[in-house]
Design a protein around this ligand. Sequence first.
Ligand SMILES: Nc1ncnc2c1ncn2[C@@H]1O[C@H](COP(=O)(O)OP(=O)(O)O)[C@@H](O)[C@H]1O
Ligand SMILES: [Mg+2]
Length: 473
Amino acid sequence: MHPLWSSSELSAALSADAEGGSGEAITGVSIDTRSLQPGDLFVALKDQRDGHDFVSAAFKAGAAAALVSEAYVRQPGDGALFRVADTLSGLEALGVAARKRLAGEARIVGVTGSAGKTGTKEMLRACLSLLGATHASEKSYNNHWGVPLTLARMPRETKFGVFEIGMNHAGEIRPLTKMVRPDAAIITTVEPVHLEHFPSVEAIADAKGEIFEGLAPGSAAIIKFDNPHAGRLKAIASSLGAKPMTFGFDARADVQGAHFTASDSGSDMTVSINGGGSFPVHLAIPGRHIAENALAVAAALYAIGADVRKGLEALTNLAPPSGRGARSTLHIGDGKALLIDESYNANPASMRAALATLAAVPRAKYSRRIAVLGDMLELGSEAPALHTGLKGAVDEADVDLVFACGPHMKGLYDALPAAKKGGYALSSATIGTALAENLRAGDVVMVKASNGTRLGSVVAALKTQFGNDEPAA
Ligand SMILES: Nc1ncnc2c1ncn2[C@@H]1O[C@H](COP(=O)(O)OP(=O)(O)O)[C@@H](O)[C@H]1O
Ligand SMILES: [Mg+2]
């Protein structure tokens, strides 16, 4: 196996000669000295802080080289330096070179959407890992530095690559998808999130549609069938010469899910691909919305010519990422309660999905449904209406008790009947106490909010207080 980057490959990609150092091979790429591994290339980016202040620390931690701007003054102890006019552009150049050197038969999938990017990316990673050497984005590394960083980290032996691509504004996905050059691109869904920066949901759809601009002609543009903006996205794909491919629980979708059944331990469905057969799939991650994302995964596997049936077997064992539906058992007295941790992320679509998933937990097993709901952030002027608008979903899920947290959730809380009011607090610290006092054996508790609301601390406190040594069934 070759190293990730040789010194001469770096020079060629960056149009910069190594200054100093011993021409060591590079085994990784890092932008943060706290997670840097010996042998990494340290890239000094200017973000919240200037990475150039950490170059010395990077070399102390074992960096093999650093990518710095021309103005950087070499410090004692520094090793090989590659100087460029702009380090972010340098990282992008490295990413482009990494994509270019992949073998012709390697296949890349890009994922964007208003919700479900990371979850879908992780499902693809798991499925493709069963089929060949797979490289995928870390965490939610989906922005102007996350995407080129993920590219720059891609080993040349990669057979399958999976890239999460995100955005907060129009025009942000375009340059990223052109670097990634996906062989199939998924838009998980289009929803009213990040409305602060967009005049309309249609404008959001258009911005997501930019991902198709990186596709080669004839490549698959994977679109959710059951979305008000599906037609718009299909038109964008077609105008770019890409091939629209739809997924969903609808017989008219190109990749169809049917016979969906939910249990508290996951879900089952049949997946049928037009021209590609039909087979049962079990998912360890509960939720119809997750199953829908899995249909997008199936579409992508099919589109890139991978073994769909074999790949999807990975979903049988794939657990949800932390804060995105992970389940654990709480011990209360002699009994048990079920905790569903959705504290990482929330928007109106994922709130509804999480409430529906809560409702799928059988009453026979957990008799009382509790929802702990915190503010959904970044919704702009629509925020009050979108929060109170959740009342229907709370009713539909037949939630018994709601604890609400944050200024926006006050609206929803006030709209609830007294019997459903568990408690309200502005901050997560106070709501945790109220919840812990109310909790009893036989409850199922679902905690969901935007990460900034800090309901993750409530989850952590519950786990500490009630123990969770045993994974939930
Ligand atoms: N298709 C979907 N529709 C609605 N909500 C979804 C969907 N897929 C995932 N979610 C929910 O959205 C939240 C964020 O999921 P995540 O995969 O981290 O998305 P992203 O990376 O787009 O922020 C989770 O609560 C998840 O369960
Ligand atoms: Mg993400």
